[in-house]
Design a protein around this ligand. Structure first.
Ligand code: F0G
Length: 452
């Protein structure tokens, strides 16, 4: 890495170990002493605030940038650049990520038992998932640092996003994915954006192990979510959400948990917002995992989060099919300090919740739907009260996994599994395609029967 890049970054932000607190060089991922993950801190903020500005000036500056014609202002990530690591503007790779909508979900609210429910839809990013918000920062850093190659192990969304940002920034990219365990929609993205895409005969956790060795031997920059620059970019979703709520925090934010970086990023953002005086209280941040990929839930229940109990992960929500999440300590801290919780949901609960979000005209991929499935449980347990405000973070677009959706509506998602019988309860949610003769009468007859 070029020394000038290290120097220019040092002025504003620093890397610090989340375990022992030692500082590290900006292109590292783990502490050289205790091997814990690193996070970015901004020592200068204590004395002069981000960019030397106070909270109210920043709030109006960020809003006003929305009407600028500059690419960095049109990006929903870089318009918040005062709270990000400093990257030279000519090194920034942006595809106008961020600026994602918040939708109200009245029918899902009813299904969950709360008065009002909102979804921050991160699937509305350029490559269809929340990964773009982090990738723009980490890929730009890679370019500024002089790397020619970037790489990731992925369940499909990180790889799609990385491949796109690498292509836009003139970098080469290497993708390692578990063979046959990611949706072909995500696979097709990384192919089209020009990544070298390797399907390894292992799971996500196995891909991570291989990649960690590769990046030690080759001058390739790692863009997995242990990369602290990704976490910084992903923070902006929470800043944007609070802006969309007029800086009045909701009571609860519910996030899906896989490798556990996104929950960490949202929690870091809210911690910083409170420290900087943007908000006066923290929403409770709760993390939902699939039952078959529940290492955090298990660890908290079995040993109070003292140590991680990895699992052999299996879920049809392939994006979160992760058994050994790298950022579990960061996520645990967020859950504790925000007084949130963790919950796990079954395959049946995920499928139903996904259909309910789809029926609102919004839609999401299976991994995102764990949030609604989890909320239903948290309301039943009394952790979420019916009159509290809740935001679900929907992480991926409906079109990320069309096969899952089609199978659900055709009624064969669970065919041949032990859940086949239980899945018959979905009948009223299923809208299978109807094959008809090309006749006006046939269509009208169908319409009439649908009206009744
Ligand atoms: N939702 C979706 C759609 C995802 O793709 C992921 C992670 C998560 C939730 C979980 O986020 O890992 O920060 O806890 N996908 C990664 C990938 C692992 O490779 O695309 P997390």
């Amino acid at each position: 890495m070029a020394e000038s890049a290290i120097q220019s970054d040092r002025g504003v932000s620093q890397l610090r170990c989340i375990g022992c607190g030692r500082t590290a060089l900006p292109d590292r991922f783990r502490c050289e002493t205790c091997r814990d993950l690193l996070e970015i801190i901004y020592p200068g903020w204590e004395h002069r605030g981000p960019g030397g500005l106070d909270a109210s000036t920043l709030k109006s500056l960020w809003r006003d940038r929305g009407s600028s014609l500059e690419a960095v202002d049109q990006s929903g990530v870089w318009r918040f650049r005062e709270i990000l690591p400093e990257i030279a503007q000519d090194q920034i790779i942006t595809i106008r990520e961020g600026n994602t909508p918040v939708y109200e979900l009245p029918h899902c609210a009813k299904a969950a038992g709360v008065k009002q429910l909102f979804a921050k839809h991160q699937g509305m990013n350029p490559t269809g998932s929340f990964k773009d918000t982090g990738m723009t920062v980490a890929a730009s850093f890679a370019r500024q640092a002089g790397y020619k190659w970037v790489a990731c192990a992925s369940t499909g969304n990180t790889s799609a996003s990385m491949a796109a940002y690498a292509a836009r920034g003139g970098l080469h990219s290497l993708v390692l994915i578990p063979d046959g365990k990611i949706s072909w929609s995500k696979l097709s993205q990384s192919l089209d954006y020009g990544a070298i895409t390797c399907q390894l005969k292992t799971d996500f956790d196995g891909c991570v192990r291989v990649l960690n060795e590769v990046v030690q031997r080759m001058p390739v920059y790692l863009l997995n979510s242990v990369n602290p620059y990704r976490v910084e970019g992903q923070k902006t979703a929470a800043f944007e959400l609070l802006e969309q709520f007029g800086w009045e925090p909701p009571d609860h934010i519910i996030v899906p948990g896989g490798n556990l970086a996104n929950s960490s990023a949202i929690g870091k953002a809210l911690r910083e917002m409170k420290q900087l005086g943007f908000i006066s209280r923290l929403p409770k941040i709760s993390v939902i995992q699939a039952e078959g990929a529940n290492p955090l839930v298990r660890s908290i229940r079995e040993n109070g989060g003292e140590k991680l109990l990895p699992v052999h992960a299996d879920t049809m929500a392939t994006a979160i099919r992760i058994g050994n999440p790298a950022s579990w300590k960061k996520a645990l801290r967020v859950i504790r300090e925000s007084e949130g919780t963790v919950e796990e949901v079954s395959e049946i609960e995920i499928a139903l919740a996904k259909a309910e979000i789809g029926a609102e005209g919004v839609g999401c991929e299976p991994a995102s739907a764990v949030t609604l499935a989890g909320l239903k449980k948290l309301v039943k347990q009394g952790f979420v009260k019916p009159n509290e405000s809740v935001v679900l973070v929907l992480t991926g677009h409906l079109l990320k996994d069309p096969e899952y959706t089609l199978k659900f509506h055709r009624g064969d998602l669970f065919t041949g599994t032990s859940l086949e019988q239980e899945s018959r309860a979905f009948a009223s949610q299923q809208r299978s395609p109807i094959t008809l003769e090309p006749s006006v009468d046939a269509v009208i007859e169908l319409l009439r029967s649908a009206e009744n």
